[in-house]
Design a protein around this ligand. Structure first.
Ligand code: CO
Length: 208
C-alpha cells in the first residue's frame, strides 16, 4: 500500500460518507461519547474498529505491542484515566490475539534492546503462571495459553488502578478480556470474572 493510494482511498471514503449523510463530519466534529475503551495489540492484522464493526465515535482505542497495561507507562495510563474519569466509559476491553509477535519474542532468549523492558512484563506473566505453562508440552498450545494469560494479567493490572476501582464502585464499570483468533477471525471472550478477580487482589492493591 503506497501513500498516494491512501489519499485517493480517503477521498472515496469521504464521498461515501457524505453521500449517505451530508452532515456526517459536521456531526462527528461535535464531540465523542464512546462507551468502550479497547486496549489491543499494534499488530497490523488486528484492526480494532474493523473486527468489532465499530463506527467512528463508538470506541476509544489504545494499541501497543502485546496489549500491555503497565503502571508506569504514561501513555496507557493517560488513555485509561481520560477514558474512565472524563469520557466515563462503561466497559474496558483488553484484546490479545493468537500469533502475537510480542508474546512470541518474550518466549525466546534474545537481546532485543529497548524492547527488553517492555517484553519483561510478558516474561513476568509466564513466571506467575509457570506451573500451568510448563505442563503444556505442545509449543503452539503453550504459546496460545500465554497469550490468554497475558490478557488476563493485563485485566488485573487495570483492576489495580485507582481509576478502575473507583469507577467500578461508583458506577459499575466492568473489565473484559478477549482474544482475537487470527486463524478464524473470531473474537473469543475469556470470561474473566471481574468482581471475583477484584475481590482477590483488593487486600494488597486497594487504593481507596
Ligand atoms: Co500482537
Amino acid at each position: 500500500m503506497n501513500l498516494q493510494e491512501i489519499f485517493s482511498n480517503n477521498k472515496k471514503w469521504v464521498a461515501g460518507k457524505l453521500a449517505l449523510d451530508p452532515n456526517y463530519f459536521e456531526n462527528l466534529s461535535k464531540g465523542q461519547a464512546p462507551e468502550i475503551l479497547y486496549i489491543g495489540c499494534s499488530d497490523s492484522r488486528v484492526t480494532a474498529e474493523d473486527l468489532m464493526g465499530a463506527k467512528p465515535g463508538e470506541v476509544f482505542i489504545h494499541r501497543n505491542i502485546a496489549n500491555m497495561v503497565i503502571s508506569i507507562d504514561m501513555n496507557v495510563m493517560s488513555v485509561l484515566n481520560y477514558a474512565v474519569r472524563h469520557l466515563k466509559v462503561k466497559s474496558i476491553v483488553v484484546c490479545g490475539h493468537y500469533e502475537c509477535g510480542g508474546v512470541k519474542a518474550a518466549m525466546q532468549p534474545a537481546d532485543l534492546g529497548i524492547l527488553n523492558p517492555w517484553l519483561r512484563n510478558i516474561r513476568d506473566v509466564y513466571r506467575i503462571h509457570q506451573d500451568e505453562l510448563d505442563q503444556i508440552e505442545d509449543n503452539a498450545k503453550r504459546y496460545n495459553r500465554l497469550i490468554e494469560l497475558n490478557v488476563q494479567e493485563q485485566c488485573i493490572n487495570l483492576i489495580k488502578t485507582a481509576a478502575v476501582q473507583q469507577a467500578h464502585k461508583e458506577r459499575g464499570l466492568m473489565v473484559y478480556g478477549w482474544v482475537f483468533d487470527i486463524h478464524t477471525g473470531k473474537l473469543k471472550d475469556l470470561e474473566i470474572n471481574f468482581p471475583k478477580e477484584l475481590d482477590k487482589i483488593m487486600k494488597i492493591y486497594r487504593l481507596d
